[in-house]
Design a protein around this ligand. Structure first.
Ligand code: M6R
Length: 600
């Protein structure tokens, strides 16, 4: 989850590193540091603050190689001593690392017995000491030997004072991407750091290491055997990773949703059929579907279950990835497992995917990142075309995951003959109209901002809904908690009277999502139940549905019930955003969180 950037070349090294780190700050932001390679000595700078603090302290002179890091603490609290880079005893070797060294306690004891001195509480610090131990003038050789000793996940960049022209990098289970330039080369834990400089990348595989110099990249396995690089060109526009005038990435990404939906739909509807390039699922083989994901991706999965069951008539289970693999899941060759992950690098999701794979299940991934681990290990991939999502709070990725799930449900339904032409055409028409309707839904911004002014003083908020509105309520509550730190709880509206109603007191704010026509009357009754107990209700409802008698309404465009959550998601995202902004929270980088969670 930490951000890593490395550079070798003629540009001002510190500027490239700091710029790249800024683009990766969403991966972790507890502390930051960088190492610059100069002839004979390394310059190392660290802060337990943010990057702007680091920028002020760096002396950038004379370097043409360097590596930087933003940290999301796992072993050891955020502090200057625990910040990366970590050094060997003599300050000759510097290492930045993402991942967890599982056997570091034992290695640390052994190295201490051999006379090495440790300064931090981190697992990472064993790596520079191991490299020091093995170093006899050949840095790649010393790194390769050190790698034989460490267990666990790692993406590392190593510098040595005697090699101010070289970076040695390696990967196992934590992402690392080499950016290829002319007379310069880059490495980073995520693509957005590279976009302003190069779009030609090699995504490192597990067990690969590489030596980067200005002249080129030598890729090998950990025993030094040369491997051919497999570069490809990233099709993300560098501008997508900029704020482009918006105050925060989260707001920009909410507004990008119409475009993201259009891009995601492109090429997937031909006439009256849903088509996915290079996807040919033996649909009749599957008697069950399992959907796996974490956080927002799990919420998308809950919606996906309803889509697939409604359209394709296949039973679906949805599981939180971190729970799935430890419950002896009933998954086999007859199961299609759908793995949802924006980043494609979430450790819990990867673990669950591998468990399902081990049990013989075919894996279909829905991910946003081409070349991510999920995309490479799955049997089939559907890409959301959201573009880079920088804000920690997921918005446009969620929206495009829902679009892909709806398309997939229809694809399965059409292949199984479970849906008639008219019904399929209705869904496809609604999907085609969705980008414009999302544009309309964005016009709720002013009204939602007023609501946020009221909400920002609250400590607890409930979100209630029935049917498809319930998983949306879950996502809406997560969004508000994540960025505004207000306790938000989602409930199935019909379930309130079985316990939760006891929590409703005078003035409790409740957002009621009431978009499902078949459940409208039942939902109205549930709203009246909470209103009768003093709740202050705001209703999200389709235009034309006059609900003033039960609460203040935020109206969104009307479409078929199946697609209503994609429209009600918009005011919910805006509500979370504005509440956090008004409260003065760090919207794009909420406390304790990181964008890509690569530890279990
Ligand atoms: O990259 P992934 O989709 O696998 O990430 C999963 C969750 O960590 C992520 O959706 C998280 O819940 C979001 N920050 C929520 O906004």
């Amino acid at each position: 989850m930490c951000g890593i950037v490395g550079y070798v070349g003629p540009r001002p090294v510190a500027d490239v590193l700091l710029d790249g780190l800024e683009r990766l700050e969403y991966r972790g932001y507890d502390s930051a540091g960088l190492a610059l390679g100069r002839s004979g000595a390394l310059g190392v700078f660290k802060t337990d603050g943010r990057l702007r603090d680091l920028r002020e302290m760096v002396d950038a002179s004379g370097a043409n190689v360097g590596a930087g890091h933003t940290r999301w603490a796992t072993h050891g609290r955020p502090s200057i001593l625990n910040a990366h880079p970590h050094l060997d005893c003599h300050g000759q070797v510097a290492v930045v690392h993402n991942g967890i060294i599982e056997n570091y306690v034992q290695l640390r004891e052994e190295l201490t017995d051999q006379g090495h001195r440790f300064l931090s509480e981190t697992d990472t610090e064993v790596i520079p000491h191991l490299v020091e131990e093995y170093y006899q003038g050949d840095l790649p050789e010393a790194v390769a030997r050190a790698l034989q000793d460490v267990q666990g996940s790692l993406a590392i960049v190593v510098l040595h004072a005697e090699h101010p022209d070289m970076l040695v990098v390696a990967r196992r289970d934590s992402p690392l991407i080499i950016g290829l330039g002319q007379g310069e080369n880059y490495v980073a834990s995520d693509i957005p750091a590279l976009l302003p400089y190069t779009r030609d990348v090699h995504v490192m595989e597990n067990g690969e290491m590489a030596v980067l110099t200005q002249e080129g990249v030598k890729l090998t396995d950990w025993s030094g055997r040369e491997i051919k690089m497999n570069p490809y060109r990233v099709n993300w526009d560098p501008a997508q990773a900029e704020k482009e005038g918006y105050e925060h990435f989260m707001l920009k990404e909410i507004h990008e949703q119409p475009r993201a939906i259009e891009d995601t739909l492109k090429g997937k509807i031909k006439g009256s059929q849903v088509v996915f390039d290079s996807l040919d699922l033996p649909v009749d083989r599957f008697n069950k579907i399992v959907i796996l994901g974490c956080g927002t991706a799990w919420h998308a999965g809950l919606m996906g279950r309803k889509y697939i069951e409604a359209l394709a008539k296949i039973p679906v289970e949805v599981d939180i990835a971190s729970e799935f693999r430890y419950r002896d899941p009933m998954v086999d060759e007859g199961t299609l497992t759908i793995v949802i992950s924006q980043s494609g690098e979430t450790a819990d999701t990867l673990g669950a995917m591998r468990e399902a794979q081990r049990r013989g299940s075919r894996i279909l991934a829905i991910t946003n990142v081409v070349g991510s681990t999920v995309s490479r290990e799955a049997d089939d991939v559907i890409y959301t075309r959201a573009g880079p999502e920088i804000a920690v709070a997921s918005t446009k990725a969620y929206m495009t995951q829902l679009v892909c799930l709806l398309l997939l449900a229809l694809y399965l339904a059409q292949r199984r003959g479970a849906v008639d032409e008219g019904a399929a055409a209705e869904v496809l028409d609604a999907l085609r109209g969705l980008p414009d309707q999302v544009r309309e839904a964005l016009k709720t911004n002013g009204k939602v901002e007023d609501l946020a002014q009221r909400l920002q003083k609250e400590q607890h908020v409930f979100f209630i809904g029935r049917g498809l509105d319930y998983p949306l309520a879950m996502e809406a509550a997560l969004k508000l908690k994540e960025v505004s730190y207000i306790h938000a709880q989602p409930y199935p509206a019909g379930e309130m009277k079985h316990g939760t109603l006891a929590l409703v007191v005078e003035g409790l704010p409740i957002v009621a999502i009431a978009t499902q026509s078949a459940l409208r009357e039942k939902m109205l009754n549930n709203i009246k139940e909470v209103k009768a107990r003093g709740a202050d209700v705001v209703v999200i409802a389709p235009e034309g549905d006059d609900l003033d008698e039960v609460g203040e309404a935020v109206h969104i465009p009307r479409t078929m019930d199946l697609l209503m959550p994609l429209l009600s998601a918009v005011p919910c995202q805006l509500l979370a955003y504005h509440t956090a902004r008004i409260k003065g929270c760090d919207v794009d980088k909420p406390r304790n969180l990181a964008k890509s969670v690569t530890v279990e």
